[in-house]
Design a protein around this ligand. Structure first.
Ligand code: CA
Length: 227
């Protein structure tokens, strides 16, 4: 039985979600403030967190960062309609998916199941090694020649996605869909910007690539440097 922590300050929505997920066999714990939510995540080690962005004591994004600092748990954020900026910044801060209010119980359940399925298939926590580069998905840390890399959550997700497919060419569209969770829309420029930041941290550039190789017109791949 999968366990879910719901952090939502509106009682009606919180109870509706809790009841719906409990009816579908989930073990549900709910919290009405960010601080109670953080406690529940730290002590309960849930399989999934549903996080409202508008909480009374702390911005949902801040709570997400605090959760990410201590846990890899999949997080679905709930935002109000029209607050796209919230949603984008939550995804950039490490959320796995989102729902826009008002959402139906079926919609929520579909997202929950999809995220849990993804978490299971991505569950490998063995460090991935590409040349002198080591990516540890469990600890969300990467090192180059033994030196820790200071990566943002998105840069880490991007590097991890490429490292899991080393040698394979991955398109920008695929990266938008899988790393940014934007299967429709989204800008490939976003991918390019993050790739260039990642390259800088790996001590390389597009004109002098080492690990991140561009395959013109197709995408990028992570390779072991040749020298
Ligand atoms: Ca709220």
């Amino acid at each position: 039985m999968a366990s879910v922590v719901i952090v939502e300050d509106e009682q009606r929505i919180r109870e509706l979600m809790a009841r719906a997920l409990a009816d579908r066999g989930f073990d549900v714990e709910s919290a009405s403030t960010a601080m109670d939510g953080l406690q529940a995540v730290v002590h309960g080690s849930p399989d999934l967190v549903i996080l409202d962005m508008g909480l009374p004591d702390l911005d949902g994004r801040e709570l997400l960062k605090m959760i990410r600092a201590v846990s890899e748990v999949p997080v679905i954020v709930a935002t109000a309609r029209g607050e796209d900026r919230d949603m984008v910044s939550a995804l950039n801060a490490g959320a796995d998916d989102y729902v826009v209010k008002p959402f139906s119980v079926d919609q929520l359940e579909a997202r929950v199941n999809a995220v849990l399925r993804r978490a299971k298939t991505n569950g490998g926590t063995h460090p991935l090694v590409v040349g002198a580069l080591e990516v540890d998905p469990g600890a969300r840390r990467a090192r180059l020649a033994g030196m820790p890399l200071d990566l943002s959550p998105k840069e880490f997700d991007l590097l991890r996605y490429l490292a899991e497919r080393q040698g394979e060419v991955v398109s920008r569209r695929e990266l938008l869909a899988e790393v940014w969770r934007q299967p429709y829309g989204g800008s490939e420029k976003t991918v390019d910007v993050h790739l260039s930041w990642l390259r800088r941290k790996l001590g390389e550039s597009a004109s002098e690539p080492r690990y991140v190789e561009t395959v013109f017109g197709v995408g990028v791949r992570l390779v072991e440097p040749t020298e």
